[in-house]
Design a protein. Structure first.
Length: 274
C-alpha cells in the first residue's frame, strides 16, 4: 500500500513538473557571427500537444536579458502565463543597434534574431510557426531594433512594438558617437540610407504588419522623433497605434509601457489579425 501511494505521488510530481513554467537560459550559436549568444526563454505552463505564440523582446542600450526580466519587465513571467505566450530575450550586445554591421563581422544581430534565432526557437520550443502568432518588441535601442528587424522580415513577424524608440539617427547629435552607433555603422555622413528608420515607411506601408509606438511626454531624447515618425505614418495612411503618456526615458516608464504593449500584442493575436 505504501509503495502504491509513493508511486502515485511520484507520478503526480513528475506530471506537475513537466507542465511547470520555465525560465531557461541558453547560449545559442550564430553561424553568421560564429559565436554563441546568451538568450533567455520564458514559457507559460506548457501542456503536451499544445503550441504557443511567441514574442521576441529586445533590450535597450547597455541592457541584457537578465536585467530585462528582473528590472525592465519584472512581471514578464506572469505575463507568459496569463497570455500563454513564449517570450524570447536575446542579448543584443550593449551597443549592437540590432543591425548587420558592415564593419564588424561579429555584430550581425539583424540576421541572428530575424532568421537564426527564430529558426532555433521554432525547432526547440512548442511555438505556433506562423507570422500571425509571432511578434517583436523593444525599447530605446531595442525599439529601433524591433522596427529594423520586424520590417526586414515581414513574413516572420506580424506585429512590431517600439517603446521610447531611438528612431532617428539624424537627431542623435553627439549621441551618435556617444551611443557608439558609429562603431557598428560608421560615420553618419556616409551611412547608407537603408539604415534610417524614417526611410522604411514605404516598406511598412506595404507590409501589412501592425505597428505600435509609444513614448513618454517628458522624454526629451526621443519624444520629437517619435511624434514625427507617427505624423509621417499618418500622412501616408499607414495604420498604426501611437500612444503618449507622462514619463521620461527611465525604467519606471518603459516597465509600464512594455507591460501594456504586451497586453496589446495579446489583443492583436486574439482579435485583430490582418
Amino acid at each position: 500500500m505504501k509503495t502504491t501511494i509513493l508511486s502515485a505521488l511520484f507520478l503526480l510530481i513528475t506530471s506537475i513538473s513537466s507542465q511547470a513554467q520555465q525560465l531557461k537560459k541558453e547560449n545559442i550559436y550564430s553561424a553568421k557571427m560564429k559565436k554563441e549568444i546568451e538568450t533567455v526563454i520564458i514559457t507559460p505552463i506548457v501542456e503536451k500537444g499544445k503550441t504557443y505564440k511567441s514574442v521576441y523582446i529586445l533590450h535597450g542600450y547597455t541592457g541584457n536579458p537578465t536585467r530585462t526580466y528582473q528590472q525592465d519587465i519584472p512581471n514578464l513571467q506572469q505575463k507568459a502565463i496569463e497570455n500563454n505566450t513564449i517570450y524570447i530575450l536575446a542579448n543584443g550586445n550593449y551597443n549592437s543597434w540590432y543591425v548587420d554591421s558592415p564593419l564588424k563581422l561579429d555584430s550581425q544581430y539583424q540576421t541572428f534574431i530575424g532568421e537564426e534565432l527564430v529558426t532555433y526557437i521554432d525547432a526547440h520550443y512548442p511555438t505556433i510557426k506562423d507570422k500571425n502568432s509571432r511578434g517583436i518588441l523593444g525599447w530605446s535601442m531595442g525599439g529601433h531594433g524591433a522596427i529594423n528587424i520586424g520590417t526586414h522580415y515581414p513574413d516572420t513577424f506580424s506585429i512590431i512594438g517600439s517603446s521610447c524608440g531611438a528612431l532617428d539617427f539624424n537627431r542623435f547629435g553627439t549621441g551618435y558617437k556617444g551611443y557608439q552607433v558609429d562603431q557598428v555603422l560608421g560615420s553618419l555622413e556616409s551611412l547608407d540610407q537603408s539604415y534610417f528608420t524614417f526611410n522604411k515607411i514605404d516598406l511598412i506601408a506595404s507590409s501589412h504588419q501592425m505597428l505600435i509606438l509609444d513614448c513618454g511626454t517628458e522624454d526629451d531624447q526621443m519624444i520629437e522623433m517619435n511624434r514625427d515618425f507617427h505624423q509621417r505614418l499618418t500622412s501616408r495612411n499607414v495604420y498604426h497605434l501611437y500612444i503618449e503618456t507622462p514619463g521620461d526615458h527611465t525604467p519606471s516608464y518603459w516597465s509600464k509601457s512594455l507591460s501594456n504593449q504586451l497586453s496589446l500584442f495579446e489583443n492583436y493575436f486574439t482579435y485583430d489579425k490582418l
